[in-house]
Write a protein that binds this ligand. Structure first.
Ligand code: FES
Length: 232
């Protein structure tokens, strides 16, 4: 007991073959995982965000003051460290006038599962780390979440997921991202306009997650990390 299970190593691909952005998204034993290289090191973690199933693996990488490199989820901006899958947030401190000021960055512990990855002469191999249970397990096998990542499509659809690419390939959805928001910038990136796929078509309405009923998050302020409240 307590020993790491001897998981099988799976061939995952070659980074040279990764599309622009240098990230490889795929499935291992039915689980959606992503391999990326950052500062010369390979990382592998669950692709789908532990919080509400968002496309974490498509997020930008940010460095925290403590040196941790984190993926920033495009949906609610949670920061998840590449190294240990921890969720980080910035606490607050009371200023001299009683106003809350940004405080230290803190970790709530691991929420996103990370996996073993190694570069071999013929490509990248991944070994799942499935010990215990983690929050990201809830979404790790969800097809609609994984597809969103594999197609680079950040938005939700009110209609069943596979109907979305029709809009993504042509006119943008009926709800535009806010100008100047991180999502607005992202909409202009190549990742937001995946190539046409004959598999999906149909009607539906694009929306950002905030247009949907509130996800089960607490202590989070839109546009910034949570403070004070319970951190998931
Ligand atoms: Fe990723 Fe909410 S789904 S932060």
């Amino acid at each position: 007991m307590g020993q790491e299970p001897e998981g099988k190593w799976h061939f995952f691909g070659r980074l040279e073959d990764a599309p622009s952005g240098g990230r490889l998204h795929g499935q291992v034993e039915g689980r959606y995982v992503t391999v990326l290289q950052h500062n010369g090191k390979l990382y592998c973690l669950d692709s789908v965000c532990f919080h509400a199933g968002g496309p974490l693996a498509l997020g930008d990488i940010e460095a925290l003051p403590g040196g941790q490199s984190c993926l920033k989820c495009p949906w609610h901006y949670y920061l998840v460290s590449l190294e240990g899958g921890e969720k980080w947030y910035q606490g607050t401190v009371a200023g001299p006038d009683g106003k809350l000021l940004p405080g230290l960055w803190k970790s709530v512990g691991q929420r996103q599962r990370t996996h073993n990855v190694e570069q071999r002469p013929d490509g990248i191999y991944v070994q799942l780390n499935l010990e215990g249970s983690l929050a990201s397990d809830e979404y790790a096998h969800k097809h609609e979440c994984g597809l969103r990542i594999q197609t680079g499509h950040l938005r939700l659809r009110r209609a069943p997921f596979p109907q979305h690419l029709h809009a993504a390939n042509g006119a943008e959805g009926t709800r535009s991202p806010r100008v100047g928001s991180p999502r607005g910038e992202r909409m202009g990136s190549p990742r937001s306009s995946p190539p046409a796929s004959p598999r999906f078509s149909g009607e539906g309405e694009d929306c950002w997650p905030e247009d949907l009923p509130e996800p089960p998050l607490h202590g989070l302020r839109r546009g910034g990390m949570g403070s004070g409240g319970t951190q998931l």
